[in-house]
Write a protein that binds this ligand. Structure first.
Ligand code: UD1
Ligand code: UDP
Length: 376
């Protein structure tokens, strides 16, 4: 390894920023030279800039401005932009996060250029290849040199796919590090007042292609959400992907359904913290509600995060069953399985990841146990 090696983080979409912030901070504290490449997959100020501000992320060293497109067009633009960037910057290690197209493209470019790579949030599986994210996860994990798992079941998924255990580190969940860091700032009152919400309300976020991309799916979902709004007023910070389709299906701003722009990280989590119920199809929100103890109904047939059900407040529902499930959840409150929260979701995942990376950069093959983390 050369003197003063360079680590590049490839970030493109909203959840990437949340997962990367603790890793960037911890690597900085260890004195590692690093930079952020923003692919520009998400580009609206409320989908991107606000997260850099709220999470204290440093300015990217480059923004590739790839923007939106079909999977092929967006991924192609990502491949070209990232190849140019890596050739110019010569990173010693590239770190990618989660399961978005920016992650997939970065790992492919690394594999072709022979650049070592690390994947944060390795080994999650929904076993549903109809989800674009599942394809991205499988390819990313098969090509990564260092794999950081957020929950124990990831280890068996990776082992079943033939990933050597020596590459895999169970480190906990950096998204929860970000949540813990934000916790002192999470106050529902100002955002509740600004949006004109009553004291008791629910929050909904919906953006999965299977829920919002066809008029039929959008209609079924919106009917169910409107039925929930007859039980409790709802606020829906709307992801741009579904804005038009959900509006056409009848999701429009009203006193009982506040449809608002996407919220910044601190505003959004403040609202979630004060909510009686969350309805979502987001990956990250399933995890955050688990830690905040807020009942969560996930409108999906499966989840790559089953630990939020076994150790948290999450339940899977179909649109048809959503209204009845909401009624029950509102009556029961948060029912967290006794025994615990997910292991290592303790706010220290970023430093664990940074220690492994720092040792790896020094050519140090310390066992995970010696680094104070678990590998199985
Ligand atoms: C992407 C990820 C998804 C993740 C989500 C987080 C992929 C395949 N999907 O989905 O896993 O859960 O981000 O939010 O990578 N748009 C805007 N402004 C923006 C960004 C997007 O208007 O700043 C609109 C565009 O119309 C675009 C659509 O949203 O076509 C979808 O954006 P895209 O990044 O392709 O996928 P997401 O649905 O955001
Ligand atoms: N989030 C936010 N504002 C919103 C909706 C979500 O800050 O209006 C945050 C949320 O708290 C979580 C992350 O965005 O940290 C999740 O992103 P998203 O749901 O877009 O992606 P997913 O996790 O499904 O990939």
């Amino acid at each position: 390894m050369r003197e003063n090696p360079l680590v590049l983080h490839v970030l493109g979409a909203r959840p990437n920023f949340v997962k990367a912030a603790p890793v960037v901070r911890a690597l900085g504290e260890l004195g590692v030279r690093q930079g952020i490449i923003h692919t520009g997959q998400h580009y609206d100020a409320l989908m991107s800039d606000v997260f850099f501000a709220d999470l204290g992320l440093p300015e990217p060293v480059a923004n590739l401005a790839v923007g939106s497109g079909t999977h092929a067009r967006q991924t192609a633009a990502l491949l070209v932009g990232l190849e140019d960037t890596f050739l110019e910057q010569s990173p010693d290690l590239v770190v990618v996060y989660g399961d978005v197209n920016s992650t997939l493209a970065a790992i492919l470019v690394c594999a072709k250029l022979g650049i070592p790579s690390a994947h944060v949030e390795a080994g999650l599986r929904s076993f549903d290849r109809g989800m674009p994210e599942e394809v991205n996860r499988i390819v990313t994990d098969s090509l990564s040199d260092l794999l950081f798992a957020t929950s124990p079941e990831a280890l068996s998924h990776l082992a079943a796919e033939g990933v050597p255990a020596s590459k895999v580190h169970l480190v906990g969940n950096p998204m929860i590090d970000s949540l813990f860091s934000a916790l002192p700032s999470l106050d529902p009152a100002p955002v509740v007042a600004r949006l004109g919400l009553p004291e008791r309300y629910a929050v909904a976020t919906l953006h999965r292609p299977a829920n919002v991309d066809t008029p039929e799916a959008a209609h079924e979902l919106v009917s169910a959400v409107l039925e929930v709004s007859r039980q409790i007023p709802l606020v829906v910070p709307i992801h741009p992907r579904g804005r038009t389709r959900l509006a056409e299906a009848g999701l429009v701003d009203s006193p009982s359904v506040r449809v608002v722009d996407p919220l910044g990280y601190v505003d959004f989590l403040s609202l979630v913290r004060g909510a009686a119920l969350v309805v979502t199809d987001s990956g990250g929100v399933q995890e955050e509600t688990t830690m905040l103890g807020v009942p969560c109904l996930t409108v999906r047939p499966n989840t790559e995060r089953p630990i939020t059900i076994t150790h948290g407040t999450n339940r899977l529902v179909t649109p048809a069953l959503l209204p009845a499930a909401a009624e029950k959840a509102l009556a029961d409150g948060a029912v967290t399985p006794s025994g615990s929260q997910p292991p290592l979701w303790d706010g220290a995942a970023g430093p664990r990841i940074a220690r492994v990376i720092s040792a790896w950069l020094k050519g140090d093959n310390l066992s995970p146990a010696a680094q104070g983390i678990r590998s199985e």
